[in-house]
Design a protein. Structure first.
Ligand code: AMP
Ligand code: ZN
Length: 477
């Protein structure tokens, strides 16, 4: 059984797709006016893990992700500056150049983190016609009004407004909306379409039934999600900051237009925070994946760092915590590398004992992930397996390493930690043979022979290292 926490009902619920074996999910993508920060990337690692876990459960997944390249103002309350315009002014480029540049930078980050490419990635500016059609539908049904040159959604006409945000809603909205827009009839109303009256120098603008202008931020997700996935679809994801305004407004406009729910399950990741504050692009002092790479960190060690905390728990970022994750990640990779090396050369039958151990671990691993993406417990089950292998090394048969190695590749389908062969160094067979002989000598306490093998390995330009999870070999020149 799979269980996910649904923000809408505030309960963990058992999950089944609405139709057949395909899960239709929508992930709110980035606003491309700057690099995404590592907090944003936590949101995409979470959505990717969700997708991978569904795949591991033999579901097909159709995932749509938008790129917000228009309409997102600095305040969620439809006031403040246009984020894209700010980016363009900051860098002396056009808004279109800014959008292309930061979309590509985001895609590179996604690749570095082995985040599976969404089935469909759709930019808001490529779907303006779709957004206009949805606003027209809302207008026909009487959910909109015109004020100060903008088209507003009238939340007073939509009874269920704010259900997603629940009790916390009022407080959070009050915080988000310190500045007021005097055009609004109700406090929570939001803009569907801005006309030229807002920014005369706006580069991105389109003709519409209400005048030349551009869409409000929320309408793009409603329009594209239902266009590509239908309504209702299965799962909608995003960070918790989207609950009180963006997702609340997506629900209001989509449900008002179609008279049915937008999505079945709403899943939200908690924030990555630093000791002093939450990490925010608009604050300007954020960490990017590129800056971690410059400091020598493997992006997948950052992914491992994120997965060690369940997605609904707040995660505090410090370099000490990241360093601890690096060593955990390295020991996992070393163990898998070692199992692969041993598996590669031996074509023997594995033991029934290994089969039992792996099946027990597999059950634990899946149960952890199927319980609202319990990645910390899933990772713990892998380390438990490594410890058990270390403890019982004497009684393992040479044939046991092939299924052991394969199991980690299976687990990695869900974790995306790059435990597969492509990341492993190419160590010549002659060197691994020497390493195995050295290990045998050490087991037999023939220390002089073991040292001689080590010297031979080092002379050939490699170093052997004995770690808790086995011996590793590294090229040193
Ligand atoms: P944005 O580009 O601001 O729309 O954000 C992209 C995604 O990152 C959204 O799903 C946000 O909810 C999420 N997000 C923003 N800041 C953080 C953070 N500090 N930690 C985790 N997720 C975040
Ligand atoms: Zn969205």
């Amino acid at each position: 059984m799979i269980q996910f926490y649904n923000t809408l009902t505030r309960k963990k619920e058992s999950f089944k797709p609405l139709k057949g074996k395909t899960v239709r999910m929508y992930t709110c993508g980035p606003t491309v006016y700057n690099y995404v920060h590592i907090g944003n990337l936590r949101a995409y690692i979470f959505a990717d893990t969700l997708r991978r876990v569904l795949l591991l459960n033999n579901y097909r997944v159709k995932q749509v992700m938008n790129i917000t390249d228009v309409g997102h103002l600095t305040s969620d309350a439809d006031i403040g500056e246009d984020k894209m315009l700010m980016g363009a002014q900051r860098e002396g480029k056009t808004v279109w150049e800014i959008a292309t540049f930061y979309t590509e930078a985001f895609m590179e980050n996604i690749g570095d983190l082995t985040i599976l490419s969404p089935t469909i990635v759709c930019a808001a500016t490529d779907h303006i016609w779709l957004q206009i059609a949805l606003i027209q539908k809302l207008q026909k049904k009487g959910y909109t009004y015109l004020a100060g040159g903008n088209v507003y959604f009238d939340t007073g006409k939509y009874k269920n407004y704010g259900a997603l945000a629940g009790l916390k809603h009022k407080k959070e909205i009050a915080i988000a909306r310190v500045e007021k827009d005097s055009n609004k009839k109700n406090q929570h109303d939001f803009v569907l379409w801005f006309t030229q009256s807002k920014f005369q120098d706006q580069d991105m603008k389109w003709d519409s039934p209400w005048g030349v202008g551009y869409p409000g931020w929320h309408i793009e997700c409603s329009a594209m999600a239902t266009y590509y996935l239908g309504q209702p679809f299965d799962i909608h994801t995003g960070g918790i900051d989207h609950i009180p305004v963006h997702h609340t407004n997506e629900i209001a406009q989509s449900e008002a237009a179609a008279g049915k729910p937008l999505a079945h399950v709403w899943m939200h990741n908690e924030f990555l925070v630093t000791a002093s504050a939450k990490m925010a692009k608009s604050a300007g002092n954020f960490l990017t994946l590129a800056s971690l790479k410059e400091k020598g960190y493997d992006p997948l060690a950052y992914r491992f760092f994120c997965l060690q905390t369940q997605y609904r728990q707040q995660l505090q970022f410090t370099f000490d915590a990241l360093d601890a994750a690096v060593s955990g990640y390295e020991s996992l990779r070393c163990a898998v590398e070692e199992y692969k090396r041993r598996a590669g050369r031996v074509k023997k039958k594995s033991s029934a004992r290994m089969a039992v151990l792996l099946e027990k671990t597999r059950k634990k691993f899946i149960a952890a992930l199927n319980d609202d993406l319990g990645t910390p417990a899933a990772i713990a089950s892998l380390f438990e397996l490594i410890r058990s292998v270390n403890k019982n090394q004497q009684s393992l048969t040479p044939g046991d390493y092939a299924p052991l190695h394969s199991f980690f590749l299976y687990a990695d389908c869900a974790l995306g930690l790059g435990l597969d062969t492509k990341r492993m160094q190419d160590i010549p067979q002659a060197i691994t043979a020497l390493a195995l002989k050295r290990e045998q000598a050490r087991k037999e306490k023939q220390w002089a022979a073991a040292d001689a093998f080590r010297e031979e390995i080092e002379e050939a330009g490699y170093a052997v290292q004995d770690t808790q999870s086995g011996t590793t070999i590294q090229k040193i020149r």
